[in-house]
Design a protein around this ligand. Structure first.
Ligand code: MN
Length: 132
């Protein structure tokens, strides 16, 4: 079976390493970008099965990057899970409004992280709506 590909766009090296390590142990093929422009390039080159998108990035933020992905006919079907800071009220709503398919709050729960992302890789996750 071919490995599922996951792209992580996250500027914090500690978080990036943590996500990457967990996902590689689970035998996913992982691609990493520390900023959004490189993330968009990798999305085009690698066509990942899932993108984990940090919201707060230097330069282009994760919301803008997600809008770009969702406006692109070649890339819009790739599920995007926002990585939102737990303390930042309203980030989750903004993420969904920008087109993210869901979100995970940081700091992540290592034990539930894989279960949270799995439905998005299997195309089984319910589409979230902002309710607006
Ligand atoms: Mn960040």
């Amino acid at each position: 079976m071919e490995k599922k590909k996951i792209l992580i766009v996250e500027d914090n090296p500690t978080n990036r390493k943590l996500f990457s390590t967990i996902l590689q142990i689970e035998k996913y093929e992982v691609f990493e970008a520390e900023e959004a422009v490189r993330g968009l390039e990798l999305a085009r080159e690698e066509r990942p099965d899932l993108i984990l998108m940090d919201i707060q990035l230097p330069g282009m933020d994760g919301l803008t990057a997600t809008r770009r992905l969702k406006e692109d006919d070649d890339l819009k079907e790739i599920p995007v899970l926002a990585l939102t800071a737990f303390a930042m009220a309203g980030d989750a709503e903004k993420a969904v409004d920008a087109g993210c398919d869901g979100y995970i709050s940081k700091p992540i729960n290592v034990e539930s992280f894989l279960e949270e992302i799995r439905p998005y890789l299997e195309g089984a996750a319910p589409k979230r709506s902002s309710g607006a």
